[in-house]
Design a binder for this molecule. Structure first.
Ligand code: ASP
Ligand code: MG
Length: 409
């Protein structure tokens, strides 16, 4: 058995790098080459291609509100397929490999199905397998609840978080060879996007929270908390790496939900039934029961008098559940509640240094938008970011033009 003495390297491969067997075999060849250099490899994989989307769609056909435990049982199948196929492909290359599920790799979570949080990582079997000369392939996105022993998932895109947590437990950095490096915009949308040497932690967190799909939001939070470095993602965490001049425009798969109703009776979001308006003023924010709505931008709007309204923008899959609840409520109480769900929208998020003068900054942005024949689009500002709600069919041209006007050069 080959005795490897090189560094332990944690790599993460997302769904698109494993979209079909050819790509999966190419990954196996890359890993073989890295191992030939002596690297001891821990490889975190996510489900192949759009497997998770397809499984989710099937679940919703079986039941529009699938029980979350069962959803976890179903969705974790995706990562299990990738990990075992990758190990088979490695074996075909003559590389010894072993696959481990999240629980076999010691990823312990809380019990929150479909959105679990990692509480501890005890990867006992990982160093053992590395010592045997094996490549260790770990299923991302999943763990096990320490209390109930149920299988959990970490939320969509969660294998980034698995990789960061494992890297921390193994005292390593994470390399994601296939992920685009950070750039001033999503190069798929904006061909002129420029590569950034690094992106500061705060900006990355804001982008992740906006659902821009660069990196899982919990992964950034974990990386910051534990000082894990993400190469490939070009995220450098730690002192001395902050550069507030960096900015990036990335669109999120967009959707919006709006609900409005009287201040009495059950609403889909706070201010809630019977609560006083003052209380609503003090605690604006979260829709009740919107576990999936945790990340979207939401905004309670007090419409005056006895009425309230609430609005959220964000990734479609985060909002779907709360939108369904709002629409159902509006159907049963049409005279009291109206609800509106629009998933033909895209949210363009601009992140960067806070302008010295917000009103002037916004005026400039509005002028740019007006010049693009997009003057009336809703804008939201929040700390150091601005979101623009755009019609989905204008995403490309607006992203490119905003980039040219604000971020080029
Ligand atoms: N396969 C899961 C998803 O698509 C996890 C991941 O990709 O990181 O959400
Ligand atoms: Mg994925």
């Amino acid at each position: 058995m080959t005795q490897l003495i090189g560094p332990i390297v944690v790599r993460k491969y997302g769904g698109s790098s494993l979209a079909d067997i050819d790509r999966l075999r190419a990954v196996a060849r890359d890993l073989k080459a890295a191992r030939a250099e002596g690297q001891r490899l821990v490889v975190v994989v996510s489900a192949m291609g759009d497997t998770t989307d397809r499984l989710t769609a099937q679940a919703r056909l079986a039941n529009p509100h699938p029980p979350r435990r069962e959803l976890d049982m179903l969705l974790t199948v995706g990562e299990r397929i990738s990990m075992s196929l990758l190990c088979m492909a490695l074996d075909a290359e003559g590389v010894p490999a072993v696959s481990l599920t999240g629980s076999q790799a010691g990823i312990i979570t809380d019990g929150s199905h479909t959105d679990a949080r990692i509480l501890a990582v005890r990867p006992i079997r990982v160093p053992e397998a590395l010592d045997r000369g094996q490549v260790v392939v770990v299923a991302g996105f999943r763990g096990v609840c320490g209390e109930t022993k149920e299988i959990t998932t970490l939320g969509r895109g969660g294998s980034d978080t698995s990789a960061v947590a494992l890297a921390h437990a193994l005292r390593r950095a994470v390399r994601d060879p296939r992920t685009c490096p950070a750039s001033t915009a999503d190069p798929k949308l904006v061909p002129d996007a420029r590569r950034l040497e690094r992106l500061d932690y705060d900006a990355m967190q804001r982008l992740a929270d906006s659902g821009c799909g660069v990196v899982h939001a919990k992964a950034v939070a974990y990386a910051r908390e534990h000082q894990v470095v993400l190469y490939g993602l070009e995220l450098r965490v730690g002192p001395g790496h902050h550069d507030r001049r960096r900015a990036r425009a990335r669109p999120a798969a967009g959707a919006g939900v709006r609900a409005a109703g009287p201040d009495r009776g059950q609403g889909p979001g706070p201010p809630r039934a019977g609560r006083s308006r003052r209380r609503a003023d003090r605690r604006p924010g979260r829709p009740r029961g919107a576990g999936h709505g945790r990340r979207p931008v939401d905004r309670p709007v007090l419409a005056g008098g006895e009425c309230w309204s609430w609005e959220a923008w964000g990734p479609r899959h985060h909002l779907r559940e709360v939108a369904t609840a709002a629409l159902a409520l509006a159907r049963t109480r049409p005279e009291q509640v109206t609800a509106h769900w629009d998933d033909e929208r895209a949210v363009i998020t601009l992140v960067g240094r806070k302008p010295e003068n917000w009103p002037a900054g916004l005026t400039q942005l509005q002028a740019v938008l007006a010049g693009l024949d997009a003057g009336g689009l809703p804008l939201r500002t929040d700390g150091e970011l601005v979101r623009i709600l755009a019609p989905a069919d204008r995403l490309r041209d607006l992203a490119a033009s905003l980039h040219a006007a604000l971020l080029a050069g």
